[in-house]
Write a protein that binds this ligand. Structure first.
Ligand SMILES: [Zn+2]
Length: 57
């Protein structure tokens, strides 16, 4: 994946901001607390130890 953009997302558990890398500037991001079987995604772990998934398309 070539990274061309970043986006700030909030942890769905505690609201802490995290920066994720996106393949394009106009990608739509979708934060999920569970894994889905489709789509490009990245996994984020916040400083409180919460793991969540960010989908983009
Ligand atoms: Zn968190």
């Amino acid at each position: 994946m070539q990274v061309t953009a970043t986006r700030t997302v909030a942890c769905p558990h505690c609201g802490e901001d995290a920066t994720v890398s996106l393949p394009s500037e106009d990608a739509d991001v979708n934060v999920s607390h569970s894994v889905a079987a489709f789509g490009d995604h990245t996994t984020v772990t916040c400083s409180q130890g919460h793991t969540y998934w960010v989908y983009f398309c």
